[in-house]
Design a protein around this ligand. Structure first.
Ligand code: GLP
Length: 259
C-alpha cells in the first residue's frame, strides 16, 4: 500500500486526477471503477476541470460504479445514477452508453448482479477503481462481515450506514435498506485502486483498514492484500495512523521514475 497524506482534499484530488489522466493518456479506452458519497466529489471536480481546461477526453473510457440503492429510480435525486450524472458524467465528454451503474429497480436482482459481473469481464476488467470508505469500514456497500471473496450481489445496509447516509435524504426512514454492490472479490480484481478518505471522522477507520489486521469485520482492510493500492488521505483522516512520519518520508523521497 502506498499511503499519500496531503493537507487538503483538493490536493488529494489533484493527485488522483493526475493518475487518471496518465492512465487515459496511455490507454484511452481505460475502464474506471467509480464511487459515490461526498468523498470522491473533489476528484470529480478535478476531472471536470481537466476536461475543460486541459482537454482531457473521456470519450473512449468505460465506467462501472460500485453500487446503487435498491428501489430508487435513476432520476431520484438520492440515487447514485443521479449523483453520477450530476457530479461527473454531465461535466465530461463520456458516452452515456459507456457508463454502468447497477439497476436498483431491476425486477430480477440476481440476474442484474450476474449481468453486472459479466459486463465488467466483457469490458476487459477494471483498470483503476476509486473507493471511499464507510465509517464502519465498508467499501462499495460491503458491510462488516461481508465475504472477502464476494461478487456483485444484494446487501442489507447496517444501521450505522443508514444513519451516515441519512444526511442525503429528507429523513432516516427514506434511506433504502437494501442495495446492489460489487463484491469485495470484484473490487479486488481491479488492476489498481485508489482509496480516498477525508476528515477526522474517518481517522479511526483508516487506521484500522491500513494498519489493523485483515478482517471481514473491516472490509477495506482486504486492500492490504492487493499489490497496487494508493490510500490518499488528508491530514485529518491520517491523524490516527501510527507510521505517519514514515509514509510522509516515503512520499517526499519517491524517486521520479516511480511516478
Ligand atoms: C456510501 C457508499 C460508499 C462510500 C461511503 C462513504 O455508503 N456506498 O461507496 O465510500 O458511502 O461516504 P462518504 O464519502 O460520504 O463519507
Amino acid at each position: 500500500m502506498e499511503i499519500i497524506i496531503r493537507p487538503s482534499p483538493e490536493e488529494c484530488a489533484s493527485i488522483g486526477g493526475r493518475i487518471i489522466a496518465n492512465l487515459i493518456k496511455g490507454k484511452p479506452d481505460a475502464v474506471l471503477g467509480l464511487a459515490t458519497g461526498s468523498t470522491p466529489m473533489p476528484l470529480y471536480c478535478e476531472l471536470a476541470r481537466m476536461h475543460e481546461d486541459e482537454g482531457l477526453s473521456f470519450s473512449e473510457i468505460t465506467t462501472f460504479n460500485l453500487d446503487e440503492y435498491i428501489g430508487l429510480s435513476g432520476d431520484h435525486p438520492c440515487s447514485y445514477q443521479y449523483f453520477m450524472n450530476k457530479e461527473l458524467f454531465s461535466r465530461i465528454d463520456i458516452r452515456a452508453d459507456s457508463t454502468h451503474i447497477p439497476n436498483g429497480e431491476a425486477d430480477d436482482i440476481e440476474s442484474e448482479c450476474l449481468g453486472y459481473e459479466q459486463a465488467i469481464r466483457s469490458s476487459g476488467g477494471i483498470d483503476l477503481q476509486v473507493l471511499g470508505i464507510g465509517s464502519d469500514g465498508h467499501i462499495g456497500f460491503n458491510e462488516p462481515g461481508s465475504s472477502l471473496a464476494s461478487r456483485t450481489r444484494i446487501k442489507t445496509l447496517t444501521g450505522k450506514t443508514i444513519e451516515d447516509n441519512a444526511r442525503f435524504f429528507d429523513n432516516l426512514n427514506q434511506v433504502p435498506r437494501h442495495c446492489i454492490t460489487m463484491g469485495v472479490g470484484t473490487i479486488m480484481d481491479s488492476v489498481s485502486l485508489i482509496l480516498y478518505a477525508f476528515g477526522e471522522r474517518k481517522a479511526d477507520i483508516i487506521s484500522k483498514a491500513v494498519e489493523g489486521p485483515v478482517s471481514a469485520m473491516v472490509p477495506a482492510s482486504i486492500l492490504q492484500l492487493h499489490p497496487r493500492v494508493r490510500v490518499i488521505v488528508d491530514e485529518a483522516a491520517a491523524s490516527k495512523l501510527t507510521n505517519i512520519d514514515y509514509y510522509k518520508e516515503v512520499y517526499v523521497n519517491k524517486p521520479d521514475w516511480q511516478e
